[in-house]
Design a protein around this ligand. Structure first.
Ligand SMILES: [Cu+2]
Length: 476
């Protein structure tokens, strides 16, 4: 590392601190030699061989960005350099970081200005499959390719033949074959979000993963789409699910609900390839049953088998150190989602829509949380927190979706337990940071508010958070 670079960084660091004001904390400065540099930059790349180049924004020139792999308990030190021409940040999705490291501009830090840097440092307490992405102008920044996997390896990883990370996302390609530049148009904001027409796995459409007979692959799926929800099917095969949103579950055959992977969700599967040379497993997205399409293929080679017979159930992964939620002492909070296109005008949600209709049209805020229109962070308008929580206390949030759309609801800084769907308790322990809530569904989540700070609670359909589906909860 040259002194000049450190000098520039320090000046930027001070500038950022000053701009942030008293309530925002800048990242800790650290010695350069133990730091991974990540550069957010713009460049021309083809989305597909047959298409002209589009302007993509990437981490280190690649989609997905630099795969980060650390051991559980390790200190992670990342220096983000912003070579974009607009402010950015990095949010460590699903990782329980200290508030100042959470990467949410206008809430936990100042935006990292064009040409600026920011130092992120945190300890990776939980093992699992996570990812990182910006948390400002997100529809465009993620929609142009800014996301990368963060894998925290267990102290004792399970014995699988291979560990494969698949980052799923989609791209909206215009008639000219280039990435569509219309981010945050009113239709996307008020409907299902920005859906693309080119689905890729690690930026490759419909890839083929080749394996051996009876090979067991740990498949880590990350949905980094701006809006697309996947309902995955594996043909005749039903893979084992071993973790949801990074957190271990007792291994079981994956249910349809497990395989419903919304933006922000991750799922770790143990996939056993068939005991048949030449066999192909078609992985299909059946979210829209009328428009199913293939996402990827697994094929079995005709060479040596990994083993003579298929393996039995995989071993459970060790639990992460999440504080157990105390149902008896928990305080209940209600959260009602309303608004959006095609939302009913009946019931409480309809009443809220009628009440806010005028200002919804004016403000381009199409979604209502607890009878409030909440402007996005950075709009200059401040909004009171949705909830204020006492540190160390247990909470239940009873969510109800009175909109016509699915929403993956993401809570920062915490891992919650999904307690009930439509009032029915879950059979299995399900720990998550992002939970899909279906139209007219009620979902109860419970957690210990043990991480002090100001945290986002929002839909991970990025057009929706832009249009009112995001609020702040405080813990302290
Ligand atoms: Cu949403």
């Amino acid at each position: 590392m040259t002194t000049q670079r450190l000098h520039i960084s320090r000046r930027q660091f001070l500038a950022t601190s000053a701009a942030a004001g008293a309530s925002l904390t800048a990242g800790p400065a650290f010695a350069a030699n133990d730091v991974t540099n990540i550069v957010a930059r713009s460049g021309k790349q083809k989305l597909h061989n047959q298409l002209p180049a589009s302007t993509l924004w990437t981490y280190d020139g690649a989609v997905p960005g630099t795969p980060l792999r650390v051991k559980q308990g390790a200190e992670v030190a990342i220096r983000l350099q912003n070579k974009l021409s607009q402010p950015t940040s990095i949010h460590w999705h699903g990782v329980r970081v200290p508030n100042a490291m959470d990467g949410v501009p206008h809430l936990t830090q100042a935006p990292v200005a064009a040409g600026g840097t920011f130092d992120y440092r945190f300890r990776a307490d939980d093992a699992g499959t996570f990812f990182y992405h910006p948390h400002i102008n997100s529809t465009e920044q993620m929609g142009r390719g800014l996301f990368g996997p963060l894998i925290v390896e267990e102290a004792m990883p399970p014995g699988m033949d291979r560990d494969v990370v698949w980052v799923l996302n989609d791209w909206r390609v215009g008639r000219d074959g280039r990435l569509d530049n219309g981010f945050n148009n009113p239709h996307d904001l008020s409907h299902a979000g920005r859906y693309g027409n080119l689905v890729t796995v690690n930026a490759t459409p419909d890839p083929v993963l080749k394996g051996r007979r009876n090979e067991r692959i740990r498949l880590r799926l990350i949905n980094a789409s701006t809006g697309r929800i996947f309902a995955l099917r594996f043909g005749q095969m039903t893979p084992w699910v071993i973790a949801l949103d990074g957190h271990p579950v007792t291994p079981r055959r994956a249910t349809r609900n497990d395989l419903l992977v919304g933006p922000g969700n991750r799922i770790d599967l143990a996939v056993d390839l068939p005991d048949k040379a030449g066999a192909t497993v078609h992985i299909v997205d059946a979210y829209y049953p009328e428009q199913t399409y293939r996402v990827a293929r697994l094929t079995v080679g005709d060479g040596k088998a990994a083993r003579p017979a298929p393996l039995g159930p995989p071993m459970a992964l060790a639990a992460n150190p999440i504080k157990r939620f105390d149902r008896k002492g928990a305080k209940s909070l209600d959260l009602l989602f309303a608004g959006g296109a095609m939302g009913g005008m009946m019931g409480r949600g309809g009443m809220m829509m009628r009440r806010h209709m005028q200002s919804m049209m004016r403000s381009r805020l199409f979604w209502i949380m607890n009878d409030r229109l909440i402007p996005p962070l950075g709009s200059g308008q401040s909004a009171a927190p949705l909830f204020q929580m006492a540190k160390g206390k247990s909470y239940v949030i009873r969510m109800e979706n009175q909109t016509a759309f699915d929403h993956p609801i993401h809570l920062h800084g915490h891992t919650f337990q999904v307690l009930a769907r439509n009032g029915e308790g879950l059979k299995h322990l399900e720990l998550r940071d992002t939970v899909m809530i279906r139209p007219r569904q009620r979902i109860d989540i419970g957690f210990v508010a043990d991480n002090p700070g100001r945290w986002m609670l929002h839909c991970h359909i990025l057009s929706h958070v832009q249009a009112g589906m995001g609020g702040v909860v405080t813990v302290g």
